[in-house]
Write a protein that binds this ligand. Structure first.
Ligand code: ATP
Length: 229
């Protein structure tokens, strides 16, 4: 039996009086990595932030683990939602160890996922590389054993091998049952790691497809859907 951990039902959202996301339906099942792809300005980040409770929805609903949520992010976090963004939410002045202790899960779980952090525990997070900070952010988020992880633009500013390492960790997390929604500009990497993809344009989901089907036609997908022209 599939276990749906995240559902958006006719979700509308935007900024101020402007609507950016229109009647969006999507779902993520436990253990699944789902990519949300689309050209710049399509509304992917706004969608993710609305699912997270950071941007208020205008209408429609969001459910986590089958429970409809209207609460802000910190309450959704208690219900099993975690978010990783390009901003890397670490406390720069605190050590890696203290950053991990401040998470809501066991630090050892984060270290198991990212053994690279073991030797860095005494260092201040602010002196880590961007990739190490992102490992810290992701390790801490996944140690909290979320049902759902929302990931926004992981690859920005990071070397390709670091991005691959982080995406591998998402695959490990998904194998333990976490459902992951991934917004990623790099189409090849998004499709390589995901099971399914939604393609978004101008605030609408245009189609949904198994990532394996899209992998064989990434050039077409780029030309037809991802260019802003
Ligand atoms: N805080 C904000 N206030 C006002 N408008 C915003 C805000 N954030 C985004 N927008 C607008 O909403 C629209 C969708 O932006 P959004 O960042 O969600 O798209 P995106 O698909 O994530 O794009 P990108 O790939 O470039 O990050 C854009 O027109 C953008 O200018």
């Amino acid at each position: 039996m599939t276990n749906t951990v995240l559902t958006a039902d006719r979700l509308c959202a935007g900024h101020g009086g402007t609507r950016v996301v229109h009647d969006l339906d999507l779902h993520v099942d436990s253990g699944e990595i789902v990519a949300l792809i689309g050209p710049n300005g399509a509304g992917k980040t706004t969608t993710l932030m609305t699912l997270a409770g950071v941007v208020a929805s205008q209408s429609g609903s969001v459910a986590i683990g089958g429970v409809v949520m209207t609460s802000p992010l910190h309450i959704r976090a208690r219900r099993g939602l975690a978010v990783v963004t390009q901003e890397r939410s670490v406390f720069m002045g605190l050590s890696v160890r203290d950053n991990l202790r401040l998470g809501s899960g066991p630090p050892e779980d984060a270290l198991e996922l990212f053994p690279e952090l073991e030797a860095l525990q005494g260092r201040k997070a602010g002196v880590l590389s961007g990739g190490e900070q992102q490992m810290l952010t992701m390790g801490r988020a996944l140690a909290s054993k979320p049902k759902v992880l929302l990931v926004d633009e992981l690859s920005i500013g990071l070397a390709p091998q670091v991005v691959s390492r982080l995406l591998d960790a998402l695959t490990v997390a998904a194998s333990t049952g976490v459902g992951i929604l991934l917004v990623e500009q790099k189409l090849d990497q998004a499709l390589a790691v995901s099971n399914r993809a939604y393609l978004m344009r101008r605030g609408h989901i245009e189609f949904e497809a198994p990532s394996a089907d899209l992998r064989t036609r990434t050039e077409d997908v780029h030309r037809m859907y991802l260019s802003n022209s």
